[in-house]
Design a protein around this ligand. Sequence first.
Ligand SMILES: [Cu+2]
Length: 141
Amino acid sequence: MSVKSIIIMAISGFFIVAGSALARTASPEGAQVYIISPVDGEVVNSPVTVKFGLKGMGVAPAGIDKPNTGHHHLLIDVTDGPALDKSLPVDANHKHFGGGQTEATVELSPGKRTLQLIMGDKNHIPHDPPVMSKETTIVVN
Ligand SMILES: [Cu+2]
């Protein structure tokens, strides 16, 4: 294989990735996600059960292409917010609930922690505009 064909393949690969990165799903107008519990300022023991609230749209498992739905993601100590134009990362700070769960029990280390919810579409990409909760700050014993 020539260097030129490798370069062409690399460039076309780049455009495929860039194209999918832009494919965001519209959110229904007025959709809201919020943390039912714990509440802002609450002092809790780990593990913590976080209850997810959602209005104006539905929950569907990841991979299911159904209008006006998404699945929950719990952001832990992600104070700058995630990138909105690509799939949410999968790591200790970005938890996916691709099974359609509406609550989760998470182990949290002691100290001040911020929790935030964001909906993702079938490809784990935030909707446009994003459906994102306020940050809930808790103190873990
Ligand atoms: Cu996800």
